[in-house]
Design a protein around this ligand. Sequence first.
Ligand code: ADP
Ligand code: MG
Length: 328
Amino acid sequence: MNEFDVIRRYFTRALPAHSHGAVVLGVGDDCALLAPRPAMQWAVSSDMLVADRHFFADTDPHGLGHKALAVNLSDLAACGARPVAFTLALALPRVDPVWLQGFSDGLLQLADAHDCPLVGGDTTRGPLTLSITVFGEVPPDQALRRSGAQPGDDIWISGTVGDAHLALLALQGRVALTPEALAMARLRLERPTARVALGQALRGIATAALDISDGLLGDLRHLLSASGVGGDIEWRSASTLMAVRSLAPAPALSESLCQQCILAGGDDYELAFTAPATQREAVQQAAQSCAVPVTRIGRISTEAGLRLWDAQGQSLDTASFASFDHFV
Ligand code: ADP
Ligand code: MG
């Protein structure tokens, strides 16, 4: 199979009939053609996954296809944008039909679910690397940004956080989990859910948002500094975020391990967002309309920096919860 067979066989599909007219031309020409709807803004984001850096090279290809697109859709979600289309740049060490079938199935199933067709890309030989660029649309001036948080706003988190990192530790043999807990955590690591509907539902409600990919506290710090504010987090509220803790019986995990997973874990792809206290009802309604739970974990303050408090009002050290950085 040559390069063009690979593209034709695994990455070329008929465009969905109802792609909102936004995609005029997909895979096969020198460029894809996208037709922006009048008066909409484009939201564009790229995310790259590199073997042995972001995932184990022997990871199930179906899950990997899902995750490669999910992490990109998560960026659109964080901006409140609606997915329109995406491109895929792919470096492969060899043509492995079983791997390619699994990967493209996982990728394109998620693309179909979001009505977000693959419209082009590039395919080359090289160390396994997956680079996706997504295009979304958002009404002018309604995109959620990192920079809008105001003192007094609540800090909210969608879904569950920390389980992906717990799964990673378990797969590395650093933590022992029951089969049920491992299965639950692994799903979060290998099949993250981008909060695409929630992001759009929060337009006009949230004052700032971002998706949590590198660790809750570290990513929140990005939002705080973009907004020029500080924040206070209650560990009592944040500690409920980990999904495996809701299993019965709950796995015996130390408090410090849970703190590490929830506060610094990464790979969760949940939304962290802020909203005025007057919008609590609206936030809950938006969350319910998307069937995604949301948890209030703290508050924005004028005092710069991010502080963590225990149930007794004692401050906890946050220095050990640095977020992931490729160059540190
Ligand atoms: P060119 O040499 O003009 O850049 P290519 O030969 O690289 O074009 O690609 C041929 C067509 O296949 C183009 O439409 C390109 O967008 C598409 N394509 C290449 N690789 C992929 C991929 N991995 N997924 C989707 N489309 C792809
Ligand atoms: Mg090319």
